[in-house]
Design a protein. Structure first.
Length: 96
């Protein structure tokens, strides 16, 4: 039986590196024009505008902190509908 040989890896100097990822989206001309105007008024690039918006959507709290915050809200507010079913339209009412 042939013996396998294994490569050796230096595990002492392993690190975590965070890199930026490029994102390509398609938008119509009017939306891009309005986004550029908004970014210009704020003194930032469209890229910075989108990055800020994405960060506001997903937040920057670690998952455990988000979990604790949600559990605290459930305890404080109850989080129960009393068995009442809530339809999609009602759930999204007054969101826009």
């Amino acid at each position: 039986m042939r013996q396998r040989s294994f490569a050796r890896f230096d595990t002492e100097s392993v690190g975590t590196y965070y890199v930026s990822m490029n994102l390509t989206i398609s938008v119509d001309d009017d939306l891009l024009r309005r986004a550029r105007e908004l970014a210009r008024r704020r003194g930032i690039s469209v890229q910075e505008l989108l990055r800020g918006y994405l960060e506001s959507l997903v937040g920057d709290l670690p998952a455990d902190e988000v979990k604790q915050e949600l559990l605290a809200l459930m305890e404080k507010r109850g989080g129960h509908s009393g068995g009442r079913r809530i339809g999609r339209e009602e759930a999204y009412e007054n969101r826009l």
